[in-house]
Design a protein around this ligand. Sequence first.
Ligand code: HEM
Length: 147
Amino acid sequence: MVEWTDKERATIQDLFSKIDYDAVGQATLCRCLIVYPWTQRYFAKFGNLYNAAAIMGNADVAKHGSIILHGLDRAMKNMDNIKAAYTDLSTLHSETLHVDPDNFRLLSDCLAIVLAARMGKNFTPEIQATIQKFMAVVVSALGRQYH
Ligand code: HEM
């Protein structure tokens, strides 16, 4: 069971209350698809992603980026039981989508980079550490149903 300090809880709630889900979600998923091109294989149905400009402008990618970010709401709202909150999503990514779980960590790093770029000096070491801890718990929970 993960322990959270009051400060960490407040940091996560504050961050999500201010986040622009659409912009951050799109930028995060785009960055992941561009920097780790093998992740593009999971999104074949979104059309041709093979040049960077197309990825940034692809409406399906933008929409899905927002869906992923909204998917983090369930961790933010269930900080004391993140594992259980992701049982169904873990099963979906594993058994239906066959997404290699290593990709969750890659996406989570992209999110930290996008937030850092947007927040500038407000992205303090404490906030960075809290986001990293939060995403590590999410990544672990999403990987739980893999056998
Ligand atoms: C679908 C969340 C990481 C590939 C979804 C959905 C959510 C979600 C909420 C929609 C589920 C539904 O329709 O019921 C997340 C979260 C992630 C994450 C919170 C990590 C923090 C990834 C990664 C990949 C991926 C890293 C691949 C590189 C997909 C695909 C779909 C999907 C292919 C289905 C898209 C579609 O058919 O429209 N994800 N995801 N996800 N996810 Fe993830």
